[in-house]
Design a protein around this ligand. Structure first.
Ligand code: NAD
Ligand code: DAU
Length: 370
């Protein structure tokens, strides 16, 4: 299904982006970022299969803009993806589409291998065919593969960091599938001189995140007075980055990154999970009016320690030295500010939450947390 056809403007350096997974959490924030920044001097084609994680409601405010088009397609479908390259003159691919939740990968690894590995391979093939120019590739084109810090494995409790040179050591089916896709991208660079870059980012948080992930799950449960399920001893550490800082980093890597390189993106914002849960409780209470009836039940008593995630990585922490020195990117949103922006967004989007938690989510939640 193709919508919002447009006529390519000639004689401008206007870029056309093919964003895969644009209806998901980070993809939809990235599309907002790009449309806000470049206005009508950009074209964005969002290709998404709309799995449980994809939600066109995330983009309802931009769906009528002539700069934006949506194509419902599977990244594993070579005919559908080739048709997008044939129809639109794509300059940049920003490849977000993936199965992204570690817990789901532990229960059902196959779909992670299919989407994350074979889907990425298909995206590479279609881009390679479309961009081939003689022995090389069309000038100015770029494929940015959005990956994760989880490919590096797990760090000891303190002092170590993930660098771009850290050997890959994935543990979950999710991180193994992302590591495989990173290697496939690298193979295309090394074998065909394909114009790709890879970014490996730490944990994102912010608006539009599906409530299977720690932060939105805890916000939603707290507001509803449900238990807050903390895995294991709650001392696993993640390095949290506000999603718009990630969007800015991707934009900057597209413009300034060197082909064939990889760039770590992180916030230098390490926190134990239990710390995050306590901050969420404290911040919600601070933000709610004193006479709000939820003040009574939102407190630390909601915290429940539950069975640990299998193979649970202990600590992630990014050293963002390379992206800072080469590209000039730094995280801008302090956690205290980012978490307030996020909680406010969930306060103001109760209907969004109601929609995404109806139906299959309830079944997932009951099976996962029984
Ligand atoms: P998400 O689960 O919110 O969104 C994934 C999107 O991909 C959804 O819109 C879904 O419909 C789409 N999709 C899934 N399978 C598809 C298929 N076969 N064809 C087309 N579309 C398909 O994920 P997210 O959290 O926004 O993550 C986006 C990317 O960023 C992923 O590649 C993930 O590995 C990576 N990443 C995420 C984080 C994080 O903290 N969330 C951090 C680092 C990297
Ligand atoms: O590091 C980047 C990765 O961050 C991304 O590649 C993934 O796509 C993204 O999902 C995220 O993975 P995590 O597994 O770190 O995120 P999640 O929100 O699922 O969990 C964060 C931490 O919180 C982790 O240590 C597990 C714990 N947790 C999670 C949930 C959902 C709990 O203690 N309780 C929960 O209910």
């Amino acid at each position: 299904m193709l919508t919002n056809d447009y006529v390519q403007m000639e004689g401008t350096d206007m870029k056309t982006y093919l964003v895969t997974g644009g209806a998901g959490f980070i993809g939809s924030n990235f599309i907002h970022y790009i449309l806000d920044k470049y206005g009508n001097n950009v074209r964005v084609i969002n290709v998404d299969l709309l799995t449980y994680a994809g939600n066109l409601g995330n983009l309802s405010d931009v769906e009528d803009r002539p700069e934006y088009s949506f194509v419902k397609a599977d990244i594993c479908d070579s005919d559908a993806i080739s048709a997008v390259f044939d129809k639109y003159d794509i300059d940049y691919v920003v490849h977000f589409a993936a199965e992204s939740h570690v817990d789901r990968s532990i229960r059902n690894p196959e779909v992670f291998a299919r989407t994350n590995v074979l889907g990425t391979l298909n995206m590479l093939n279609c881009a390679r065919n479309a961009w081939q120019d003689g022995d090389g590739f069309r000038k100015g084109v770029r494929f940015l593969h959005v990956s994760t810090d989880e490919v590096y494995g797990s760090l000891a409790d303190e002092g170590e960091y993930f660098y771009e040179t850290t050997p890959y050591d994935p543990h979950s089916p999710y991180s193994a599938s992302k590591a495989s896709s990173d290697f496939m991208v690298k193979a295309y660079v090394d074998t065909y001189g394909f114009p790709a870059v890879i970014t490996n980012c730490s944990n994102n948080y912010g608006p539009f995140q599906f409530p299977e992930k720690l932060i939105p799950l805890m916000i939603n449960n707290a507001l509803e007075g449900r238990k807050l399920p903390v895995y294991g001893d709650g001392k696993n550490v993640r390095d949290w980055l506000y999603v718009m800082d990630h969007a800015k980093a991707i934009d900057m890597v597209l413009e300034k990154g060197r082909i064939g390189e990889k760039y770590n993106i992180g916030g230098h914002n390490e926190k134990q999970n239990i710390e995050i849960v306590r901050i969420i409780i404290d911040t919600i209470k601070e933000m709610l009016p004193d006479d709000d009836k939820r003040q009574k039940y939102i407190n630390y008593d909601l915290i429940t320690y539950v069975e640990d995630r299998k193979g649970h990585d202990r600590r992630y922490a990014i050293a963002p030295d390379k992206i800072r020195s080469e590209i000039g990117w730094e995280p801008e949103t302090m956690f205290a500010e980012g978490i307030r922006l996020t909680i406010r967004w969930y306060f103001e989007h109760t209907e969004w939450m109601r929609q995404v938690t109806s139906g299959d989510y309830q079944k997932y939640y009951e099976e996962m947390y029984k």
